[in-house]
Design a protein around this ligand. Structure first.
Ligand SMILES: [Fe+2]
Length: 238
């Protein structure tokens, strides 16, 4: 009944997720990369899906969001986390919110730290964790508004207590690994397993941002959605 695709942008090692319904033909894309827009649009056409919404799990500094391009082509909604700093989002998603698009139902967990507005999406048996929790790792905390202690709390209090079998689909993996699960991350993620909050905060995980990061942050802050859109309205289910 549902379609789930994990799509990789190799230049930024970003994973984008396509979730679609064969019944309603509604689809959403999570963390799409601008350069891959033709791929997404082609895939949506091939699968006969209608893009209802783009979600960015946070303000990205390592790639340009495809949201503006996809909004222009499809008139889809745009959603991002409350406090993300992304302008023009149609929906600002807070902890505990639901995102309902036809028969697609996702739940929102606020998982700040890597950035103040990071969210994780729960859909069926899988978590789309953005940069909050990566496979055996997590996002750096050197980005604007990043906070190591908050990041530790998000992962250890919000994500790792979830059921073992929930699948973890990360926003990036430099080694090309695709999926983990909560049980494996709780038992084996070296950044959190047996590591106290103070120890985590003492690590210098503030990686220098790439030379294009400031430009990407500025462009991504513009977001899209309501500020870009001159289109006939799309009717979301919420
Ligand atoms: Fe990030």
């Amino acid at each position: 009944m549902f379609i789930f695709r994990q799509l990789r942008d190799s230049s930024s090692a970003t994973y984008t997720y396509l979730i679609g319904s064969r019944a309603s033909r509604a689809a959403l894309l999570v963390d799409p990369v601008a350069e891959q827009s033709p791929l997404y649009l082609g895939l949506l056409g091939e699968l006969e899906l209608n893009l209802a919404c783009v979600v960015d799990t946070h303000l990205h500094s390592d790639h340009l969001s495809a949201a503006p391009t996809l909004i222009r082509h499809t008139g889809c909604l745009y959603a991002a986390g409350l406090c993300s700093g992304i302008g023009g989002a149609d929906r600002q998603l807070a902890d505990g919110d639901s995102l309902d698009l036809a028969d697609l139902h996702l739940e929102v967990l606020a998982t700040p730290g890597h950035t103040p507005g990071c969210i994780t999406l729960l859909w069926e048996d899988r978590l789309l964790t953005g940069d909050a929790l990566l496979i055996g790792s997590c996002g750096a905390t050197g980005e604007p508004g990043g906070n190591a202690g908050t990041h530790y709390d998000s992962v250890t209090r919000k994500l790792l207590p979830l059921p073992d079998e929930l699948l973890v689909f990360p926003g990036h993996d430099r080694d090309g690994r695709r999926v983990s699960c909560i049980g494996d991350e709780r038992q084996g993620n070296p950044l959190f397993c047996g590591i106290s909050r103070d120890e985590f905060m003492a690590q210098d995980r503030s990686q220098p941002m790439g030379e294009r990061a400031e430009a990407m942050l500025a462009a991504n802050r513009q977001g899209g959605g309501s500020v870009l859109r001159e289109r006939s309205p799309v009717s979301p289910n919420n």
